[in-house]
Design a protein around this ligand. Sequence first.
Ligand code: H79
Length: 587
Amino acid sequence: MLGALLTALLMVLPLAGPGTNHAVDDPFTSERTSWYRDARFGMFIHFGAYSHLEGEYKRSDGSTCQDAEWIFNKCKIPVGEYEKLVKNFNPAQFDPKAIVGTAKAAGQKYIVITSKHHDGYAMWPTKVNKWSLRDHSSFDKSRDVLKELKAEADRQGIKFGLYYSTWDWHDPDARSTANFSRYKARMRAQLVELMDNYDPALLWFDGDWDTNNPANPWTKQDGAELESFLRSASPDMLINNRISKRAPGVKERRVVDGDFGTPEQTFPSAPIEGQLWESCMTIPTKWGYAKWDTKLKDSKTLTRNLIDISSRSGNYLLNVGPDKLGRIPAGEADRLRAMGSWLGSHGSAVYGAGASGWVADPAWGAVSQKGDKVYLSVYDWANSLHLKVLENFDVLSARVLGSPQTVSVTKAGDGFDVKPSGAKTNDVASVIELTVRGEQAAPVGTGTGLAAEYFPTANWTGTPVRRVEPSINFAWRFDGSPATTIGPDNFSARWSGFVQPRFSDTYTFTTVSDDLAKVWVDGKLVVDASAPHQVRLDKGTIALQAGRKYAIKVEFAETKGEAFMKLNWSSPNLSQQVVPSEQLYTN
Ligand code: H79
C-alpha cells in the first residue's frame, strides 16, 4: 500500500530514463507470480451502472434496444439520459459472503471485479468525480462494495483483483487529444485510490483498441508510463497486457506488455509463447447482466474449457454478471457449483499443473503435468487410450482418481497404451493419474550471468560499458537503456560466455526483440532476427547435453523507438523461462 507522501513522490519523480530496465522479473518463474500460475481458475465479475438497465433501453419512440455493459454506447443513449436512468441503481442485495462463497464453491482462486468499465462509472467512493456508486445511485451511502468484497476475499483466502477501463465514454477529456492529460491525471488518481483502499493483487486493464466511437487517445507511451508507475507503487501486483494500446488495425496484442496475455471468448490450441496467459469468457453471451441473455453454456463445456486451458498452462477467468440488486444469476451460480464439484475430486489435474512437454495433446481429452504426476483428463473413455510420447519417461504407477479400478500401461508404437479396467467415473472427464520418472536434472548451476558489453552506437562500435548481466530480460521501452551513459535510441549489446543445460534435450531458444537480435550456441546461429522489426518472437533449436557448458553469444541492436530484448529457453523437460543466471557463465 502507498503512503500519501510516497504517492506524491511517485507522481512527480520520473521512473524512467537512460539506465532504466522496466522488466521487473521473469513472470514465468518469479515468486511474485507463483500464486497466479498455480491458481488456474478465477471469477470475473462485470457489475456496474449498466447492470441496473438489465440489458434493455426503451427509447422515447417506444422501440427498445438491447445490449449489456455496452448499452450506453451501442444503444447511443444520450449521456444525460444514461445518468438519469441509473440514478436509482440500488444493488441492496449485494452480498460479499454469497459471492465469495460461490467463487470458493466453484474452486476459483481469485476474483477480478470491474471497478470502472467503459461507461466510466466508479464502483467505489472515488474522490475524483461524482460519477460513482456512492454519489450517483440510490445505494446505501455507508456501503462500499469493493471494500466489502476485498474483506470477504481476504477472510476466505481468495485473491482480489480489479478491472479498470482506460477507455472512458463518460469523461469528456478522455476523448479529447487536447485535454487528455487531464483525464490521465484523474485516471492515475483513481488507480492510486484503488491501490490505497483495496490493495489489489492484480489490475486488469481494458479498452486498448483504436477507435473513434468515442475516440481513444491512449498510446503505447501512456501504457508504458502507467505500467512503470504501478510497478513502483505496488511491486507484487500482476498487470494484464491491455494496459498498452494497439495500433490502428492491429489485432494481436504483444507479449511485452504487462504480465499476462488476455484471449477473450476463446482460448489457444497450444501454450502461448513469451507470456503467461488467461482466457476470459462468459457463461451466457454478455459480460454484464441482461435479462434476455438466458442461453448459458453447460457446466460440462465450461469444465472442459478449464481442463483444456490448464493443460496449455493458461488460466480461465470465467465471468458472472450480477443483476441490478447485486445477485449472481442462479443459472451462473449453478454452473459454477457443478465445476467446483468436478474440481473437488479432480482438482489435482488443474491447480499448479500445466502443459506437459512429454506427451502430445490427445484426441480423447487433455494431458497436464505437475512434477512427477501426469494427468490424463479423459473426455471420451475407452478400453485403450493411446499416449504419443515426445520425450522418454517411465511410468511407475497409474490409477483412476476416485476409483479402485486398475490401469495397465504398456509401450506401444510411438508411446504408451493406457488401459483402465473399468468404466468412466465421470461424464465431464475421468482422470487417470500417472506417476512418472523422467530424466534426472543435472544440479542447479553455479553461474552468475554473461559478460555484457553495451555500445553507444547501433553497430557494436565505440567504447562499451562492461558488466556481468545475470540474464537477458530487458524492457527498455521508449525511455530506458542499458546504462545511464547510453541514450534510449541507437545502442547495441553483446552478451557472451557459456550456457549450461540441466537436461539432455533439444532446447528451443526464443528471443522477444525490438529491434534486431541474434543468438549463437556452440558456434551455431540458432536465432537470426537481424532484419529490422517491431516486437517479435523468433526461435531456433539445438540439441544439448546436460551439465556441459556451451559457448553462447547474443547480439542486439536498437535504432529507434521502443526497445525490448529477452532470451528464453524451453525443452521437453523445461517449460519456457528466461535463461536463468545460474546456468550462465562468463567463462
Ligand atoms: O469487459 C468485457 C467487454 O465489455 C470488453 N472486454 C471484456 C472483458 C470488450 N468490449 N469490446 N470487446 C471486448 C470487443 C472489442 C470490440 C471492438 Fe471495436 C471491435 C474493438 C475494436 C473493434 C467496438 C467497435 C469498439 C470499437 C469499435
